[in-house]
Design a protein around this ligand. Structure first.
Ligand code: AMP
Ligand code: MG
Length: 642
């Protein structure tokens, strides 16, 4: 197959110029009020009526001539003759003269002659005579005609994004059909590996994320997304999809297949049926971006990786849509924050996915080769090529991924169902990164998490039965400025199927084991138990573990362990009791481990951490912990490390 290198990579500025020069014309269309939310107004709205259209009462009471009430008081009420009453919506005609009044409801038109409304609370009525106990000023409790919106006023300007308030204004002035801009944006996801959400995931497949993130993003901009679904990596099929989209859309976004790999046909196709304006932008991670035109319809090929696709969308497409829709509202949402940790860049222009937590910015791009996870990022920061190092504390601007609900606490460490319960009961929004206990300690050390859930055991004479959790690790790492908050206990043991002949560690030799990953506290616990078991038996720990196939395996999660055992891929696994029962497995208890929270001292007094600790110490938390997990006398104890 023909391979082609990227054309010369163009700079970000050049790419922006090309994108901004694309000719895209939205159409104008009237939409009924109920469907106009989120769309962009095409014309100025000049109202032809006053709002309110007539002077109206803002209180229930009596329409009066203010001057009639000036002399009255609590003890010396004025007597007025009642002419009748005006309910809301009534067109009853009354004329109020000196010494007269009309009962009036909130929202009803003020009768001729009246110039104020006395609240019903300051009046009494008997046999057609009304007593007023408190004077009112001229105009009191009356809303004048046009005082909200005046006839002839421009109430909304073209380009306004229609939110709830705008929809309210449009309806108040009687607009039923709203002129909006219609910009149809086609979305095509490419890749043989993609499956539509909701369908069965067979081996080698992944769910299509880009179709839906782009769909939502386009919506947020006030444009009209149109899904063309998943297109396989096949030139003929792709060409057909492109041609259909070209005939229906003003702009097309594709994702995937933009590199120069053998299976990546997008750029060749655009070259063939249209014109390629650029292929490759000198920015990380968006390098494989294509800008082209097919039959006057611009097409932008985004990278396949969902985070990259979303970053390029926010960086280039959002400003483009904003310009085309003449939107005067800043659609690209930027929030200021300060760097929460040091970051070393490659000296290349880069869009770095980040989390934004309580004003602090943390890279969500963990280590080289790590798949940046959409769920771990709130947006991204732009790092120019001239910057090689960003120091913690540096102010930065984060471009948000649309309307994100930012987390309150960033939590790393080992997985635990107790954490989910803490989140539910506290009402806080956690961002959890299950890195295993070791990863939790490192995240606290490098300032990239607020709290780490840790359960790392060590052999230590200070501990109960010679095992001490977490403290030895903190000491060995020399962590300072942190506290360890004692959490709760968890039953750890072997997980086996119900009919398994395994009843303890002694049965493991020759049986396939699924172990947790290195760095997991639970794996470390198994090692301690094995060391204990072999002691005095005349065999080394290594001899024993060598006799267990799969001892060196490393499942990243409790769930993966349960699945492997339940499906028969392994005969035993290691984990906590809670997970076993949900999966119909048998649990062979070793002991209890201590799951604690490592917290940076400087944030101990933040409202979020205080709330977290308040829940940890609560009776509700204790009573709702799932089976196999329980609080004890040390729960909530704080151990400080200077
Ligand atoms: P590509 O640019 O086609 O080489 O894709 C780069 C990576 O992104 C691959 O791992 C793809 O499987 C993944 N990818 C491509 N399109 C999507 C999509 N729509 N949703 C989720 N992942 C995708
Ligand atoms: Mg692909």
């Amino acid at each position: 197959m023909k391979r082609k290198e990227f054309r010369k990579l163009i700079s970000v500025d050049k790419a922006r110029k090309i994108i901004n020069s694309l000719q895209i014309l939205p159409r104008q269309e009237d939409l009924p009020l109920e469907s106009a939310y989120g769309k962009i107004l095409a014309e100025d709205i000049i109202t032809e009526i006053n709002v309110p259209p007539f002077p109206r009462a803002v209180m229930d009471g009596y329409a009066v001539r203010a001057e009639d009430t000036y002399a009255c008081s609590e003890t010396g009420p004025v007597k007025l003759r009642m002419l009748g009453n005006i309910p809301a919506g009534s067109d009853a005609k009354f004329k109020v003269s000196a010494g007269e009044t009309v009962e009036i409801a909130t929202g009803a038109p003020i009768p001729e002659g009246a110039n104020a409304v006395v609240m019903v609370e300051y009046s009494s009525e008997k046999d057609g005579t009304v007593l007023i106990y408190r004077p009112v000023a001229l105009g009191e409790n009356i809303m004048k005609a046009g005082s909200d919106i005046r006839k002839g006023e421009r109430v909304l300007r073209a380009g306004r994004k229609l939110g709830t308030r705008e929809i309210g204004v449009l309806s108040s002035v009687g607009k039923k059909d709203v002129p909006i801009l219609k910009l149809q944006v086609g979305i095509i996801s490419t890749g043989d590996e993609l499956v539509r959400p909701g369908e069965k995931l067979t081996s080698g497949k992944i769910y299509d994320a880009n179709s839906y993130t782009l769909y939502a993003g386009i919506h947020e901009c006030g444009a009209f997304p149109l899904l063309y679904g998943i297109v396989e990596d096949n030139e003929v099929v792709m060409k057909k999809a492109l041609e259909t989209a070209v005939s229906e859309c003003a702009l097309i976004l594709t994702s995937g297949s933009t590199s120069s790999g053998a299976g990546d046909v997008m750029y060749r196709l655009i070259d063939e049926i249209g014109e390629t304006l650029a292929h490759g932008v000198n920015i990380k991670p968006g390098k494989p971006v294509i800008i082209g035109i097919i039959k006057d319809v611009p097409i932008i090929g985004l990278p396949g990786n969902p985070t990259s696709a979303l970053m390029i969308f926010n960086e280039f497409i959002v400003p483009l849509l904003r310009k085309v829709l003449g939107s005067n509202k800043e659609l690209k949402k930027v929030e200021k924050g300060i760097m929460g940790t040091n970051f070393r860049s490659e000296g290349r222009q880069q869009l770095l996915p980040v989390g934004l937590i309580r004003g602090k910015v943390y890279p969500a791009d963990r280590g080289s080769g790590a798949i940046t996870s959409l769920s771990g990022a709130d947006g991204f920061i732009e790092i120019p090529s001239s910057t090689e190092f960003i120091e913690a504390g540096t102010p930065v601007e984060v471009t948000l991924f649309g309307e994100v609900e930012k987390p309150d606490l960033l939590i790393a460490g080992g997985f635990c169902p107790g954490l989910d319960l803490l989140e539910d009961l506290s009402g806080l929004h956690f961002r959890t990164l299950y890195t295993g206990s070791s990863g939790g300690f490192s995240a606290i050390a490098s300032n990239t998490a607020d709290i780490a859930g840790v359960n790392m055991p060590s052999r230590d004479s200070r501990g109960q039965d010679g095992v001490l959790h977490n403290i030895p690790t903190i000491e060995n790492m020399g962590l300072s400025g942190v506290v360890l908050v004692k959490g709760y206990k968890r039953e750890v043991g072997l997980l086996v199927r119900q009919d398994s002949p395994i009843s303890g560690l002694s049965d493991l030799p020759g049986k396939r084991l699924i172990n947790r990953n290195l760095g997991s506290g639970t794996r470390a616990f198994l090692d301690l138990k094995i060391a204990e078991f072999v002691a005095g038996k005349g065999i080394s720990k290594k001899e024993f573990t060598d006799s267990i196939p799969g001892y060196s395996s490393g499942a990243k999660s409790e769930v993966a362990i349960c699945e492997a055992v339940a499906s028969g891929k392994a005969e035993a696994g290691v984990g906590i009791r809670n997970c076993t029962e949900k999966n119909g497995l048998q649990f062979i208890n070793f002991a209890e481990e201590e799951y604690d929270f490592l917290i940076r001292k400087e944030i101990l007094e933040t409202p979020e951490v205080r709330r977290f600790l308040e829940i940890l110490n609560s009776g509700e938390f204790a009573s709702k912990l799932p089976e196999g997990l329980h609080v004890y006398e040390r729960t909530g104890e704080i151990i400080s490390f200077e």
